[in-house]
Design a protein around this ligand. Structure first.
Ligand code: MBD
Ligand code: FE
Length: 280
């Protein structure tokens, strides 16, 4: 079995925190003070309202304080935010687009995965576990014109539900790649179908889940970013029919348009899914 013995919340959290600091933390600097003040006031007012409405005690306040300190110590701010907040931000961001639906990015994207051409096999280990999956499709504009040279970045968990670069013992680029569509906007990607993903249960996020009596699962999913020059990049995830977590994803990121329709073939499964991009 490939399952890493020592996948801990603190280790994957530290990796996700470092990844965010490298790729995205600079984007936050441009928020003007009026906007910061408005949003900070309203979020705090919502907290104050919950305290008053539910007569929150000092013991509960201290439990919250202790838990928030642990989220930081476990490096789980990226996980917490992407699981419980990002879906609302994505819904707002997607409101004005006509093309394919997107959904949240989550904490495990890594830029600049190996370039694999338009007929791609994702990097995988000898004997990589799981059901072989051929994922293919076309990238077009909203009028159906192929977008030649569209670029798809794909990343997903393995058959044990672990992501390379965030769980130990997995080769660096395992099940991650950059795929460039051909002159007709077509692409083909061979991979292994991922398993459902369980958010770490041994860190602060896991503690919230068990204290609240929730479950820690996301349905199995492929992550993608699809881009073409002059078009808006979409960030999305695709899901598999019949997954027991499609209706109760802990991260609330499933949309009906994102559920694939694969069929069984000799030695695995095949599915076609097309992407439609909006102009910038
Ligand atoms: C994931 O794999 C994921 O996609 C999200 C959104 C949150 C945590 C783990
Ligand atoms: Fe994921």
């Amino acid at each position: 079995d490939h399952a890493p013995e020592t996948a801990t919340a603190a280790a994957s959290g530290a990796n996700a925190t470092a990844r965010f600091a490298t790729d995205k933390s600079a984007a936050a600097a441009a928020t003007p003070p009026e906007r910061v003040s408005l949003l900070a006031r309203e979020v705090l007012a919502a907290v104050h309202k919950a305290v008053h409405d539910h007569k929150v005690t000092y013991d509960e306040y201290n439990a919250l304080k202790s838990w928030l300190i642990n989220v930081g110590q476990d490096g789980e701010w990226p996980l917490f935010l992407d699981v419980w907040v990002e879906h609302a931000v994505e819904e707002v961001a997607g409101e004005t687009r006509d093309g394919s639906k997107g959904t949240i990015e989550g904490p495990y994207y890594v830029p600049a995965a190996p370039e694999l051409g338009h007929d791609a096999v994702l990097p995988m280990r000898d004997g990589e576990h799981g059901t072989p999956l051929l994922f293919q499709g076309q990238v077009t504009d909203v009028a159906g014109q192929p977008l030649l040279g569209a670029v798809l970045e794909i990343w997903h968990a393995d058959d044990d539900g672990f992501y390379s670069q965030f769980a130990p013992g997995i080769p660096e680029w395992n099940l991650r790649g950059t795929v460039t569509a051909d002159e007709n906007g077509h692409f083909q990607i061979r991979t292994m179908q991922p398993a459902p993903y369980q958010i770490p249960t041994d860190g602060a996020c896991g503690k919230l889940i068990s204290a609240a009596g929730w479950h820690p699962w996301r349905p199995a999913h492929l992550h993608l970013k699809v881009a073409a020059p002059g078009y808006q990049q979409i960030t999305t995830q695709l899901y598999f029919p019949g997954d027991k977590y499609n209706d109760n994803d802990v991260a609330d990121a499933v949309k009906p348009e994102l559920i694939l329709d694969p069929h069984d073939v000799d030695g695995g499964r095949e599915v076609t899914y097309d992407f439609v991009l909006d102009k910038v």
